[in-house]
Design a protein around this ligand. Structure first.
Ligand code: URA
Length: 208
């Protein structure tokens, strides 16, 4: 199977990535959701900021819409981006894993985190995407995105708040996933939201 992949031609455009992931069956999640969700953004547009934002995987709403970050976590992310003056449309948004992994609970589809193997398998597409987008700065939201970027298990809380310099000259910033903030209440939510906002502000500072 690995041999087959090496022979596969890497997609040369985002449209080709989107087309290829739609029929990818390299891991079991591919059978799970409605569709593969490609990244969104126009890195060749004059107003592209150079920022790539990476999430974990499409959620229920993203799976239905076929677009990343359109559900509750996406709305929270949009609010934070707007507050610090980063246009969502000037960034490239994507996910470490392109399909929605879930289990049924009654009538609801319950999110399940992708495993390391699934992230590592989908990394082939993610790397292709990143090679096309060529971001100056990557913001990884949560541990799955961090793994897709670094190829290892990452403690986001230990490594956040400072850039990780990558071999291609770009910088990686790590922060928590917005859905983590949505699961918190009260003081914890307030404290973690402030840390998240500070991480985004640091990224904004580097984009200037
Ligand atoms: N969470 C993610 O990680 N990605 C999305 O696209 C939506 C929610």
């Amino acid at each position: 199977k690995a041999g087959e992949r090496e022979e596969r031609v890497r997609p040369a455009s985002l449209a080709e990535v989107a087309q290829a992931i739609a029929t990818c069956r390299d891991c079991p999640i591919a059978e799970c959701g409605t569709r593969a969700v490609p990244g969104e953004g126009t890195p060749d547009a004059p107003d592209f900021s150079g920022l790539m934002i990476v999430g974990e995987q499409p959620g229920d709403q993203e799976d239905l819409a076929g677009r990343p970050f359109v559900g509750p976590a996406g709305q929270l992310l949009d609010d934070h981006l707007a507050r610090i003056g980063i246009e969502r449309g000037a960034a490239y948004l994507t996910n470490a894993v392109k399909h929605f992994k879930f289990t049924w609970k009654g009538k609801h589809r319950l999110h399940q985190s992708p495993g390391a193997k699934e992230i590592d398998t989908c990394r082939w597409w993610f790397d292709a995407e990143r090679a096309i987008v060529q971001p100056r700065i990557v913001l990884a939201l949560g541990a799955s995105a961090a793994r897709a970027m670094l190829g290892r298990t990452v403690s986001v809380t230990r490594e956040r708040g400072r850039p990780v310099m990558l071999d291609d000259g770009s910088e990686l910033w790590l922060t928590v996933h917005p859905s983590y903030l949505l699961r918190l209440d009260g003081d914890a939510r307030q404290a973690q939201t402030a840390l998240f906002a500070a991480d985004l502000a640091a990224v904004k500072g580097r984009l200037a």
